[in-house]
Structures are given as C-alpha cells and as structure tokens.
Design a protein around this ligand. Structure first.
Ligand code: B1M
Length: 210
C-alpha cells in the first residue's frame, strides 16, 4: 500500500521509477494532485534543500531528486491542468537570467494552465531582453518571473525597469515568486503580485485580471 512517507523517501533518494510507481498508485487510489504534492513531493524537496544546506547532500544527489520530482510532476500535469478550460488570459513565465531552478516555476505554469490561462513558458535563465520580446510578441495579461537564488533575484527590478523603458509596463501585470522572494520584496520593486506557492500565485493571477 503506497503512502506519503514512502513517496517522500523515494524523491529524497532520487528513485525516479519508484516515485512514478507510487505516484500512480496514489492517483489510482483516488488521491488528488494537490494532495500528492502537499503530502509527498513538496515536503521531500524541502528536506533535500535542508540536506543541501547542511552539507549532507551534494549537487548530483539534488539533481537526481529534482529530476525525480519533475517526472512525478509530468505524471500529475493532466490532473493539475484539469478544470477550467476557458481562456482566462495569457501568461508568459520564466526563471530569471543566471538561474536554472525550474521545478516551482513549472508547477506554477501547470496550475495556471489548470486555471484556464494560455501559458508561454520561456524556460530558465531568461534574459531581460527575452522577457521584453515575449511581452511584445504574446501580449500577455500576466508576466511571471521566478528566482530561487539571492544572487539572481535582482533581475526582477531590472525587468520592471526595462518594461517601463519600452513603454510596456502598463500593458501587463507582473508577478514574482521563488524562495528568496517575499511580499515585502514584491512591493519594494513595484511588482503587481506575489505567490508564496503555486496555488497562491494562481489566485493572485486570477484576481489581477478580474
Ligand atoms: Co539549488 N539552491 N542551487 N539546485 N536548490 C536552492 C535554491 C538553495 C536554497 C539550497 C540551499 O542552500 N539550501 C540554494 C540558494 C541559496 C541562496 O541563494 N541563498 C541553492 C544553491 C546555492 C544552488 C547552487 C548555487 C549550488 C551550487 O552550484 N553550488 C546552484 C545554482 C545553479 C543555478 O541556478 N545557476 C544550484 C543548483 C541546483 C540544482 C540544479 C541541483 C537543482 C535545480 C534543478 C531544477 O530546478 N531543475 C537545485 C535544487 C533542486 C534546489 C532546492 C533543493 C529545491 C528547489 C525546488 O525545486 N523546490 C533548493 C532548496 C529549497 O528551495 N528548499 C535549492 C521545490 C519547488 C516546488 O519549490 O522552487 O520554491 P520552489 O517553488 C515554489 C514557490 O517558491 C513558488 O511556487 C512554487 C511551488 O509552490 N514559486 C512561485 C516559484 N516560482 C514562482 C513564481 C511565481 C509565483 C510563485 O510567480 C511568477
């Protein structure tokens, strides 16, 4: 019988096949995608982060856990994207330049899709110029930036300044998130919305375009 403790352990160990198997068993047993995320996958990545900080886990192990987590997210994607299929609006999202962390950003993207947004996911290490070009091309209602490093979070105000310089700032609502980002930082840099997690990000995005 699959359980969340087992799932957390498999993600921490970076066991991709085991994680997929247990995730499938939980889905077949009637668990919802949010439940699987909150009960197993997200707490597992928190533990991986603590181990990285304390020197117990190194980059190769962290990368294995991250790949494992992404595999489970891919499996859950149809469930996360279920629901409102209407066209709520367009969201362009990416991880800022110099930053390769994409699990949280991809989760936000999947859940925005689930809320009916058309999502243009620009990937990782997206430059300010690439974000600005994407705003010109896709004319989104929401522009989302993710940053996980204290050394890359400063790209966020740079992009806001670049949008102003290009005369685009009033055309789009800017949302920010990621581990070092707080509501206070979001306010300080003049972003329109912040999400501490993916569910809050989606709620804010919907409220911003209501
Ligand atoms: Co990195 N890493 N990492 N890492 N990594 C952190 C962020 C760190 C906190 C670990 C630690 O020391 N405890 C630390 C940053 C310290 C700091 O800046 N103060 C760190 C470091 C130092 C580094 C390197 C510099 C390590 C090195 O090389 N010496 C290096 C940098 C590489 C680079 O980016 N240039 C590095 C590399 C990596 C891996 C490649 C090995 C891997 C990333 C793989 C990948 O993403 N494909 C990795 C991982 C996995 C982590 C941890 C362990 C987990 C991140 C994660 O995926 N969390 C992380 C520790 C941690 O955060 N606890 C760590 C799960 C994910 C669902 O949560 O991303 O927070 P999160 O997203 C949440 C919310 O933040 C929010 O919603 C999401 C879902 O709830 N959210 C948004 C995110 N984006 C949003 C956008 C929004 C709204 C909400 O609106 C647009």
């Amino acid at each position: 019988m699959a359980d969340y403790e087992q799932l957390r352990q498999l993600v921490i160990e970076g066991d991709g096949d085991g994680t997929i198997r247990v995730t499938k068993q939980l889905v077949d047993g009637g668990a919802g995608a949010r439940e699987i995320l909150d009960g197993g996958l997200l707490p597992a990545m928190d533990i991986v982060g603590q181990r990285m900080r304390s020197g117990e886990a190194f980059i190769p192990e962290v990368l294995l856990s991250a790949r494992t987590m992404q595999g489970a997210l891919d499996l859950l994607k149809p469930l996360l994207a279920e629901g409102d299929t209407g066209n709520t609006g367009t969201a362009v999202i990416g991880t800022v330049e110099g930053d390769l962390h994409d699990i949280g950003k991809n989760l936000v993207a999947m859940m925005l899709e689930g809320a009916g947004f058309k999502v243009v996911n620009l990937g990782t290490s997206v430059t300010v110029a690439q974000f600005v070009a994407a705003v010109k091309q896709h004319k989104p209602q929401i522009l989302g930036m993710s940053a996980l490093l204290t050394t890359t979070v400063g790209r966020m105000p740079e992009l806001i300044a670049a949008l102003k310089a290009a005369g685009l700032r009033d055309s789009v609502k800017v949302m920010v998130g990621g581990a070092p980002v707080t509501q206070a930082y979001s306010d300080e840099i003049g972003a329109d919305g912040y999400g501490a997690n993916a569910a809050m990000a989606v709620d804010h995005a919907k409220a911003l375009i209501a």
